[in-house]
Design a protein around this ligand. Structure first.
Ligand SMILES: *Cc1c(COP(=O)(O)O)cnc(C)c1O
Length: 415
């Protein structure tokens, strides 16, 4: 899509807030429970790589709805799937099978090589489900072992159990008492993991690339050793692929990079391409829940299932994982070309999950400058920038991104 990037490069930080937007912002600050620091813009519509605010200003979206809008904004396949499914059946109760539920489970198990799928609406729920299944396995096969070892810097969600699983140092004291049974060890440290595993352990849970933690990929050797350790101890290896799954890292699933297969994989974000949808995949031996032990009002929700089929179909049909691999490598190359000038370092990532380090803790300033310049980027921590654009991003989009990023860096860092 061709847009006039010059408009924002000339007067990058001038951003006029119209009366309607001003009113909306006042209403927002009066009525929405405060949980996030949000900039003074209200998003209104989107198409492809761009999203527009209520003042009509377009933004090139390299946050991609937080690694969610895999097919870009308002893709036709998603709209069509919602339109036709909503004319047919919106909701049937979780107590019944429905047709898209069966179709999506079949598609997802065939593409992943797993035997069983459970569906929910968010990544946290999929991870809760994995935690429950691991505990169930421990209760049946490991004499009641229920502890799960996760890694420092990991992010697994915002429910109480998934917050307890999360290895975010700032969260350790939050909302006490924590759900017991989680241990956190340094990431990419196999010795620490070996020492943390005991007779009380039922599983190891890990993100193949720590996303919220700042885009840190797991080493190939580490993952191989984790698989070996789990096999030796007969405990489960759980991959949280909420952020890395569905093509994001250059393969349909990130575990494919490592030549191993986890026992449980969780998926969300990209799988619904913007519609709330998550899944947990596992093998036949772990088909262990009794009726009623796991579920949810919206499990297998027909609209979500139809969207899942459409999104996955599109991702596979257009080979978006290999496109993510190619464009991701191109973005990292291009970032290297401006790195010296601004002191950027540690350019890293897999596919279209990319991170780099800033020379100073100016991440939020830089993200704010980029916003003013018509570019959405994310600072997961004060000195790190993360890019996670839709999988449909093109080289042309990348040059607009670089142009706006360069201007923003000039404003914030100088150089
Ligand atoms: C976003 C994320 C979650 C939480 O997903 P929600 O849909 O916000 O509940 C869990 N794990 C990882 C790796 C994530 O990136």
């Amino acid at each position: 899509m061709q847009l006039d990037s010059a408009l924002y490069s000339q007067h990058p930080s001038v951003s006029h807030i119209g009366n309607d937007t001003q009113q909306l912002l006042e209403e927002a600050s009066a009525s929405i429970l405060y949980t996030a620091k949000r900039p003074e813009v209200v998003m209104e519509r989107g198409t492809g790589m761009y999203i527009w605010d209520t003042d009509g200003k377009p933004y090139l979206d390299f946050i991609g709805g937080w690694a969610v809008n895999a097919l870009g904004h308002s893709p036709a396949v998603l709209r069509d799937a919602l339109a036709s499914q909503s004319a047919q059946l919106v909701h049937a109760s979780p107590g019944y099978y429905n047709k898209p539920m069966i179709q999506f489970a079949k598609l997802l198990t065939e593409l992943s090589g797993y035997d069983r799928a459970f569906f929910a609406s968010s990544g946290s729920e999929a991870n809760e489900s994995a935690i429950k299944l691991a505990r169930k396995y421990g209760s049946i096969h490991l004499d009641g072992a229920y502890e799960i070892v996760t890694t420092i810097g990991s992010f697994h969600g915002r429910t109480l159990a998934t917050m307890s699983a999360t290895g975010k140092p700032q969260w350790m004291q939050l909302f006490a008492p924590k759900v017991p049974g989680f241990h956190h060890v340094p990431f990419n440290d196999i010795e620490a993991m070996r020492q943390a595993v005991s007779d009380r352990t039922c599983a190891i849970m890990i993100e193949p690339v720590q996303g919220e933690g700042g885009v840190h990929p797991a080493d190939a050797e580490y993952i191989k050793e984790l698989r070996k350790l789990c096999d030796e101890r007969s405990i489960l290896l759980v991959f949280d692929e909420v952020q890395t799954g569905i093509g994001r890292t250059g393969k349909l699933f990130a575990f494919e990079h490592y030549g191993i297969r986890p026992d449980i994989v969780t998926l969300a974000k990209g799988i619904g391409a913007g519609f709330p949808l998550s899944a947990m995949l596992t093998k036949e031996e772990l088909n262990l829940f009794e009726a009623g032990e796991q579920g949810g009002t919206y499990t297998g929700q027909p609209l979500a299932m139809a969207v899942g089929c459409a999104v996955l179909g599109e991702v596979v049909r257009h080979n978006l994982p290999s496109q993510a691999e190619e464009i991701g490598a191109y973005i990292r190359e291009e970032l290297h070309s401006i790195a010296g000038r601004f002191g950027l370092s540690g350019i890293r990532g897999m596919g279209l999950l990319i991170g780099f380090d800033l020379p100073r803790p100016i991440g939020s300033e830089l993200a704010a400058a980029a916003l003013a310049n018509g570019l959405l980027i994310n600072a997961p921590s004060p000195s790190i920038i993360r890019l996670m654009p839709p999988l449909i991003v093109t080289k042309e989009d990348v040059s607009v991104m670089l142009e706006r990023l360069t201007i923003s860096l000039e404003q914030v860092i100088g150089g």
